[in-house]
Write a protein that binds this ligand. Structure first.
Ligand code: PRT
Ligand code: ZN
Length: 289
């Protein structure tokens, strides 16, 4: 290897975030070619990046200490570890929430119902913060796994744990009573990145933003009689203004525009009502705004 500067990024070695983290880099045009130590690290062949595979619990500390420059990890882990790292980006995968749950037949009226309970969790710091903020005193049991079964074993009255679909709670006869934190995978970085690493990070972020914008938008093409163009433009929330091209048939035009994904069904209905015909909606590969 040359001694060209590299950005070292930590990714979960195996587990729920692994596939999406690797896909995020791949979609940013980064090809990972595994070196000799293939289980621990991989270097990119076409971008100055080295990926170090770690347990997610270790990532915040490694980033804080500068062993790696950056990391992809759940926000829940970053907040629990209380490491001093910079949060650069929410990545849109690994969504979950940290919730308090009680046996389904127990009484729960408000947060004060938690007073004096034994609560089992792997997230004692986040839980203490929540209880402290609400002036609730409870007995915390710090448990590293299988938190959901502790109430049925008589070890706890409540749990504080990660929930995604809620089926694990249901299977253990528990019900969610409070959501304390909404979490997703985030990109974190060391506070004191060198100039070269910061530049590489900017290039990576540029690519991630181009992909995210593309995913959040659709390209719309439609035909319309010229006299309807003003009405149609009025319902198009385009990035700037739509492109208008004449059709071979006199008096008709083709309009092209970019529409946010979350509103495009509404926009389609309005376009049709405004006289648009032959509407095409296509995905966008990359989008730089
Ligand atoms: O080995 P390593 O330490 O790296 O991994 P890990 O076992 O600590 O973590 P892992 O791979 O389970 O999760 C990594 C991250 O994924 C978490 O820190 C969260 O940010 C995120 N995430 C998203 C989840 C879930 N969804 C999730 N559902 N983490 C855990 N769960 C658990 C949940 O606690 C429950 O026990 O999955 C189970 C199923 O959830 P339900 O609600 O869908 O039934
Ligand atoms: Zn872990």
């Amino acid at each position: 290897m040359s001694n060209q500067p590299l950005l070292r990024i930590a990714v979960q070695k195996s587990g729920r975030l692994f596939d999406a983290s690797v896909a995020l880099l791949r979609d940013a045009g980064i090809t990972l070619s595994n070196g000799s130590n293939r289980l621990l690290r991989a270097t990119a062949s076409n971008f100055p990046l080295e990926v170090i595979f770690l347990r997610d619990d270790d990532i915040p500390e490694y980033v804080e200490e500068g062993v790696v420059d950056a990391g992809i990890v759940g926000e829940n882990v970053v907040l629990e570890k209380q490491k001093n790292v910079e949060i650069l980006e929410r990545l849109g995968f690994g969504h979950c929430r940290l919730c308090l749950a009680l046996p389904k037949n127990s009484v729960y009226e408000s947060k004060t119902s938690l007073e004096g309970l034994r609560i089992a969790t792997s997230y004692p710091r986040i839980l203490s913060g929540f209880l402290g903020k609400n002036n609730i005193k409870a007995e915390l049991h710090d448990i590293s796994g299988a938190v959901e079964i502790t109430p049925s074993l008589g070890l706890a009255d409540a749990i504080f744990d990660i929930v995604s679909t809620g089926s694990t709670l249901l299977a253990n006869g528990l019900r969610e009573v409070e959501t304390v934190l909404e979490s997703q995978a985030i990109l974190i970085a060391n506070h004191k990145l060198g100039d070269a690493q910061r530049d590489i990070m900017q290039r990576l972020l540029f690519r991630l933003h181009a992909n995210r914008n593309a995913k959040n938008h659709r390209y719309i093409l439609l035909n319309a009689p010229n006299e309807r163009i003003d009405d149609i433009i009025a319902v198009l929330p385009g990035i700037k203004s739509p492109t208008i091209l004449p059709l071979a048939i006199p008096g008709w035009s083709s309009l092209h525009s970019v529409v946010p994904e979350n509103v495009f069904w509404d926009v389609l209905e309005k376009l049709k009502a405004a006289g648009a015909q032959g509407i095409l909606v296509v995905p966008i590969e990359r989008m730089i705004v």
